[in-house]
Design a protein around this ligand. Structure first.
Ligand code: PEP
Length: 249
């Protein structure tokens, strides 16, 4: 059985004190209502080590990492540094990294490989922009993101990977993919992973949906056979909403 996962991407939100309160609230609510889903929060880098001390059931994620292990890369944070603060998961290739910071599939592949080699579990993001969907290129775009981003990985590596399908037109827009649109792409992703790594790897891989997921639409999205949970932006900033999404699993 593949894992069901709900991960909260806080982005560049919360000051340390508010972040600590939010993490405490998520931990408390998660503990009181324990389900089977793996619950992850990904606060800003500056909060990670403090928040590590406040959570136990909830897992710690980071929102990005460097593509190099150490050295003269001012301002960068390496996967090993993240591991040393107790981080278990790292979001790689979020569409905001791809668009604002021009991160391409080759660079992201280096980040994925380096993260895996230090024991982090990457949550690798893929997804098309609206023009690509409208031009009927959505599957080609996602295929390339996965073929290049996951290049050189082994089946054993894939056991530590999570994929998040995040149609860019749905991120932070309030415009959610229909359950049918989500299932169509999730099925495609699982099929592609089966082509690349075999059926067993594909069947064990968790594929999360992200893009304006909230308590009112989560259950229907998560009911789709190839949707194994969610990567949640805006709604992860309120503990009640985030935990309501966890319950939707
Ligand atoms: C995200 O940034 O990963 C995301 C899915 O954002 P939102 O839920 O706000 O659309």
């Amino acid at each position: 059985m593949r894992k069901q996962i709900v991960a909260g991407n806080w982005k560049m939100n919360t000051l340390l004190k508010d972040g600590m309160e939010l993490a405490k609230a998520v931990e408390k609510m998660e503990k009181e209502t324990r389900g089977d889903a793996v619950v992850i929060i990904a606060p800003p880098f500056t909060h990670l080590s403090k928040i590590r001390e406040l959570i136990g059931n909830v897992k710690l994620g980071a929102q990005n990492c460097a593509s190099e292990p150490s050295g003269a890369f001012t301002g960068e944070i390496s996967p090993e540094m993240l591991r040393s603060t107790g981080v278990e998961y790292v979001i790689i290739g979020h569409s905001e990294r791809r668009s604002h910071f021009h991160e391409g599939n080759d660079l992201l592949n280096r980040k994925v490989k380096l993260s895996l080699s230090t024991g982090l579990k990457p949550i690798y993001c893929c997804g098309e922009v609206l023009e690509e969907r409208e031009a009927g290129r959505l599957f080609d775009v996602v295929r390339e993101q996965l073929e290049v981003g996951l290049k050189g990985l082994s089946a054993a590596d894939m056991a530590n990977m999570v994929i998040a399908y995040e149609p860019v037109w749905a991120i932070g827009t309030g415009k959610v993919a229909t359950p049918g649109q989500a299932q169509e792409m999730h099925g495609f992703i699982r099929g592609l992973v089966a082509e690349m790594f075999g059926q067993e790897v594909a069947q064990n891989l968790s594929v999360l949906y992200g893009g304006s997921c909230k308590p009112s639409n989560a259950a229907e999205l998560f009911r789709q056979p190839d949707v194994d949970g969610g990567l949640i932006g805006g709604a992860s900033l309120k503990a009640e909403d985030f935990i309501a999404i966890v319950h939707a699993i």
